[in-house]
Design a binder for this molecule. Structure first.
Ligand code: SD4
Length: 343
């Protein structure tokens, strides 16, 4: 009787430990707690993140890997011609060329990136191949295109008639005014003819936590409209537009990339979470760092950060009102306005 009860107790210790460890074998009696196996969550930038999250969720709900989920997720806006800041249909540079920036990062600090890639809709999948098939992290320009073509991608024309029309309209004044999603009425009034200006379209950054408790992230964009040919923003730069540290959390950014690069924004957010700050507080502190450097300039540009920690807690913060983000888990599906410093 006694020995049966002991066996039962031993069995329950092992099975509850197995739950805690996600089913992995135990070493001695030390239990390493890991997040519950049903805690998958995906978050992404802007309203259109909702459709992207749905694609990511179809992988996460089957206990798939966060890396696969974020790649599948951001491919949705990449293929959507109505989204003029990502992939196919993205607004071109000032020479009329659509150049894409993207990066991806997994739970082992593996990462891959493409910069100024032309003619390929799914820049994120090329970035993943750079990560998985080369000893490098970044491929840029012609080299990135050659690599994509050598790996079976087909050359496409990414400039849609709508984006070409917007570019031709812009050429009439040719003024470079990178005003992204600034919900500033005065700015809107003064710049109403700036195509692709104060609209709710932007980079997609996505981070996810999977059923095994692992984090990954992806970020993809056509970058700032009418940029100088060859300009690269924060989005494909590991640590700036995206960072994942599987011990702590993951973060991504959107907005004027130059300001994000200067503070290595996404890495900063992750390090602030490591110090114990919540995702929202970490994002706010990164935004404040941008303001500290350029208090006047920061009033007329947009930058937003979005973060997820290892426990599945998330948060965002932006310079300006108007930044939204989408969340999907087994309990929630929503699009939320981010808090902001101004407005
Ligand atoms: C960049 N962060 O290239 C991007 C801009 C963006 O759509 O978010 N654009 O600077």
């Amino acid at each position: 009787m006694k020995s049966t009860r002991r066996k039962f107790l031993q069995a329950s210790v092992i099975s509850s430990a197995a739950v805690l460890t996600g089913g992995q074998a135990l070493a001695g009696s030390i239990v390493q707690p890991r997040p519950a196996t049903n805690g998958s969550i995906v978050i992404s930038t802007w309203d259109f993140g909702r459709a992207a999250n749905a694609a990511a969720w179809s992988i996460l709900e089957r206990k798939g890997r966060a890396l696969d989920a974020v790649e599948a997720g951001v491919r949705v806006p990449e293929a959507d011609p109505s989204n003029q800041s990502v992939g196919y249909g993205g607004l071109p540079d000032r020479d009329g060329r659509v150049t894409l920036d993207a990066c991806i990062m997994d739970e082992f600090y593996n990462c891959g990136s493409v910069m100024a890639l032309e003619h390929i809709t799914h820049a994120i999948s090329v970035a993943r191949l750079v990560m998985e098939k080369t000893p490098h992290i970044v491929l840029a320009g012609d080299g990135a295109l050659q690599f994509a073509l050598a790996n079976g991608f087909k050359k496409e024309n990414l400039l849609t008639p709508e984006s070409e029309k917007a570019w031709k309209e812009w050429l009439k004044r040719s003024r470079y005014e990178p005003a992204i999603n600034v919900e500033n009425q005065l700015f809107r009034k003064e710049n109403s003819s700036y195509p692709g200006g104060a609209e709710n379209h932007d980079t997609i950054g996505m981070v996810a936590l999977d059923a095994s408790g692992n984090l990954s992230g992806a970020c993809t964009t056509s970058g700032l409209a009418y940029k100088i040919h060859g300009r690269v923003g924060d989005s494909p730069i590991i640590g700036a537009g995206l960072y994942v540290d599987n011990e702590v959390g993951a973060a991504t950014s959107t907005g004027v990339g130059e300001e994000v690069i200067r503070i290595v924004g996404s890495h900063l957010v992750v390090e602030l979470m490591r110090q114990g700050h919540s995702p929202e507080a970490a994002c706010k502190m990164a935004v404040q760092r941008i303001i500290k450097r350029s208090p006047e300039k920061s009033k007329n540009i947009q930058v937003g950060f979005l973060a997820l920690n290892k426990k599945g807690e998330y948060g965002a913060y932006a310079l300006q009102k108007g930044f939204t983000y989408a969340v999907k888990s087994s309990k929630t599906e929503l699009v939320k306005p981010s808090k902001s410093i101004y407005g």
